[in-house]
Write a protein that binds this ligand. Structure first.
Ligand code: NAI
Ligand code: MG
Length: 360
């Protein structure tokens, strides 16, 4: 029995619909395993701007900081998409949360459920069995270095900067994760052309001496981009810098078929944040068709990473697997083989996961 406090931050659009399902899954796990979970719900994004005048209030942030984990949905509203002059934007809430909670590692598991082999644009025989865990550094690189213009604005620059400490802390997380998996770590950098890449490689090489059981491969990030599509099964854990991680994880999301299937964890030294990779999807908001599986798998990550509840986490994944095996789909992952009566909406899929969890 464990006592934990969880903050639910549904945010905007389908964030609210899928996070409601995620929360029910957490509650079910607590009941099943006898854990005592307590909850707070906070506003973030457009809904927070409307209610409070701020995309994330100090109070909401403190509530997050004082919790054991945050289950987040998504932020965004079409109102801002065509208004580059808006002074306040939903995304500011997201960036503030990441920055203030010191979330320097973004973990994105890329796992294709066998039942969805046909949903990807990559050939099934190349994909079958692919199971990758990305560690993308989240607080350094060109995003946060000095940037500006010179030569009367005709030249622009973005400085890439990494300290040894920043590389060490994410590399350590990746090595530790590899130890719990297939014991392979690929470090993607550009040590051939970038000084930050040479520091990156030096740190990873040195750290590998502490992990003689892990097989380490150093790759140039452009080669990683190519190999992800050519032979995704060769990868286990991949650790990389912020910019390369941004691009490589979006590329890799296609291995899993739909945006609605992928979860991510952002972690640092304090509270971790768990969220689907997709946004607020206003094109389908309120229609009840959003795929809640990314949020459900975010719960699985939360249980595993923040609470160390491996068994509970695996059960959640198994429940998802079972309902896919039984042929149930949301619209985004249905194909020509799917029977019409097995295409379900957000709530119905949520309910099925709960009953499957009861039976497991
Ligand atoms: P999106 O991820 O919201 O949607 C992209 C496409 O995928 C849409 O056609 C949508 O219907 C579909 N989709 C996404 N999630 C789905 C799900 N669970 N089930 C079924 N279909 C799903 O990205 P988009 O449309 O570019 O952005 C919409 C808003 O979300 C924007 O305001 C954007 O800024 C914001 N956004 C927020 C993110 C976050 O909070 N982490 C991440 C990405 C975008
Ligand atoms: Mg991106």
């Amino acid at each position: 029995m464990a006592q934990k406090h969880i903050v639910i931050a549904p945010g905007d659009g389908i964030g609210q619909e899928v996070t409601a399902v995620g929360k029910k899954v957490v509650e079910k796990i607590a009941a099943k395993f006898g854990h005592e979970f307590t909850y707070d719900e906070v506003l973030i994004g457009h809904v927070s701007i409307e209610a409070t005048g701020s995309p994330l209030t100090d109070e909401a942030l403190e509530t997050m900081r004082n919790s054991d984990a945050v289950l987040f949905g998504a932020v965004g509203h079409p109102k801002y998409d065509n208004d580059p002059t808006a002074q306040m934007r939903p995304e500011q809430g997201l960036f503030r949360m990441r920055k203030e909670l010191g979330l320097y590692a973004n973990l994105r598991p890329i796992k294709l459920f066998d039942e969805l082999l046909g949903a990807s644009s990559i050939k099934p025989e190349v994909l079958k069995g692919a199971d990758i865990l990305f560690f993308r550094e989240l607080t350094g690189d060109v995003y946060f270095g000095e940037k500006g213009r010179k030569n009367n604005g005709d030249t622009a620059f973005d400085m890439a900067e990494y300290s040894r400490y920043e590389v060490e802390r994410i590399a350590r997380k990746a090595f530790d994760a590899a130890r719990t998996r297939r014991k392979k770590l690929c470090s993607a950098d550009k040590a051939n052309v970038m000084e930050t890449g040479r520091l990156w490689r030096e740190v990873v090489q040195k750290m590998s001496l502490d992990y003689p059981d892990i097989e380490v491969e150093h790759q140039y990030a452009d080669a990683t981009a190519m190999l992800l599509i050519k032979d995704p099964r060769r990868f286990d854990v991949i650790v990389t810098a912020n910019l390369f991680g941004d691009i490589l994880t979006d590329e890799a999301s296609q291995i899993a078929g739909s945006m609605g299937m992928l979860a991510s964890a952002s972690i640092g030294d304090g509270t971790g944040v768990y969220e689907p990779i997709h946004g607020s999807a206003h094109d389908i908001t309120g229609k009840g068709v959003a795929n809640p599986i990314a949020s459900i798998l975010s719960v699985a990550l939360l249980l595993d990473i923040s609470f160390g509840m491996k068994e509970e986490s695996e059960l959640v994944i198994k429940a998802v697997d079972n309902l896919l095996k039984a042929g149930y789909r949301t619209r985004d992952i249905a194909d020509s083989q799917t029977a019409a009566d097995k295409i379900l909406g957000t709530e119905a899929i949520g309910k099925l996961v709960l009953t499957t969890l009861d039976e497991l």
